[in-house]
Design a protein around this ligand. Structure first.
Ligand code: 1BN
Ligand code: ZN
Length: 397
């Protein structure tokens, strides 16, 4: 090989390497097996009767009612007491509905965010994790355990899991505060959206009340000139919407080519946690059937109507994590009175807590910043039980 040709090849490899490094999905470090194994399970906090995270959401919470207000208060209390470094914001709007007889119904979106210390809000790109917290007006008494009480609790648990690691990381990285002019700055936010459900039947105007208001607001609110981002909407790095999670053996498809890499990261987290024996649920098939697909084979069918639509329409990158299988549809309890606490598959709900924690931790590049206590005896017993049940299953095959 002539020196000139060798130089050309070397140069090309360097450029290709740089290109791959800059591609989304190549940007962050995986959690080690040790970190994955030490992620806490929500366990009793997801108890459907007494659990501090989930049980207060397992009630009717139709916009404008007492149950709705109580659930909003539960979110505020959780962040105020357990995650006091998070900034809480409420975004209010009102709208008439087909059943409100001309009266305005209040909708309140709950937003909790955490940015590195001292970072100007307009300079922070945020991983944005979303679920809706309102429940459907009909059938009367509808609880919406998978729709979406469990997804809300899963997000609360995941944020509690990574909170201390964020402290550690930011104290190490930014001992004198952030200089946003020198580097990209990443934060995280959770949005509990209101008014997702239709009051009568699903139309463009009778659905997504909270999401439509927030997306519109955030696209017309401007950060100061010279900020890294123009609007709160453009500061969303990825909008991850959880919906209809908590049934056994979920089937999560990949809907968008441009975020297929993020889908694969979430799927990889589930696969690794399962092979490390950390998941309690048993399911013959992968939760993520499109894991091995190439992004070009993700067919842009337009996806499923949900809270992401007003954001998608404004160019936000979306990962829609919803349990839906072709030919089978949504879980059988969907929009029925059976979507209640008793029909949740608790092993699956807890496992989602781990999978979402791992995904968020990897996104925020928290490897090396987890300092968990030694596993408790009950955690060790639980792991032994899971190992025994896995061995049993293997010998049955
Ligand atoms: C999801 C959970 N959705 C409502 N609750 C959105 C939806 C409504 C999806 C109608 C398909 C049809
Ligand atoms: Zn619903």
């Amino acid at each position: 090989m002539s020196p000139a040709y060798r130089g050309f090849v070397g140069h090309s490899i360097l450029i290709l390497g740089l290109f791959l490094f800059l591609l989304p999905g190549y940007a962050y470090e995986k959690l080690s097996d040790e970190s994955l194994k030490s992620l806490p399970r929500a366990s009793e906090d997801f108890d459907i009767h007494t659990g501090s995270l989930l049980s207060p959401i397992l009630r009717t919470r139709v916009p404008g009612t007492e149950g709705h207000e109580a659930v909003l208060e539960h979110f505020a209390n959780f962040f105020r007491t357990t995650l006091p470094k998070w900034n809480i914001e409420l975004q209010n709007s009102t709208s008439t509905t087909p059943v409100s007889k001309g009266k305005e119904v209040p909708f309140v979106n709950f937003i909790a965010s955490r940015d590195p210390p001292g970072a100007p809000a307009g300079d922070v790109g945020r991983l944005t994790l979303v679920a809706h917290y309102d429940s459907k007006l009909t059938p009367t008494g509808f609880i919406g355990a998978i729709d979406s009480a469990a997804p809300c609790a899963i997000l609360m648990h995941a944020m509690r899991t990574i909170d201390k690691a964020l402290d550690e990381k930011w104290a190490t990285m930014y001992p004198h505060g952030v200089d946003a002019s020198l580097e990209e700055v990443h934060g995280i936010q959770v949005i509990f959206l209101d008014g997702e459900e239709a009051f009568d039947h699903w139309t463009d105007t009778d659905s997504l009340y909270g999401a439509r208001s927030l997306a519109s607001n955030w696209s017309s609110e401007f950060y100061p000139a010279m900020s890294a981002y123009r609007t709160p909407l453009s500061s969303i790095e990825l909008f991850v919407l959880l919906d209809l999670l908590g049934s056994k053996a979920p089937h999560i498809q990949s809907y968008y080519q441009t975020t297929h890499w993020a889908y694969q990261d979430l799927a990889a987290a589930e696969k690794r946690l399962r092979s490390l024996g950390q998941l309690k649920s048993t399911s013959k098939e992968s939760w993520f059937p499109d894991l091995k697909k190439d992004s070009h084979d993700v067919i842009p069918l337009g996806g499923i109507s949900d809270d992401h639509l007003p954001f998608l329409a404004r160019g936000v990158e979306i990962l829609h994590v919803i349990d839906f299988a072709p030919f089978k549809g949504f879980p059988p309890v969907w929009h029925t009175l059976d979507d209640d606490a008793e029909h949740l598959d608790m092993a699956t709900v807890e496992d989602w807590g781990l999978v979402v924690s791992a995904f968020a931790a990897e996104w925020m590049e928290l490897e090396g910043y987890f300092k968990f206590d030694e596993p408790t005896q009950s955690r060790r017993d639980e792991e032994l039980e899971m190992e025994a049940s896995r061995l049993n299953k293997k010998s049955e095959l």
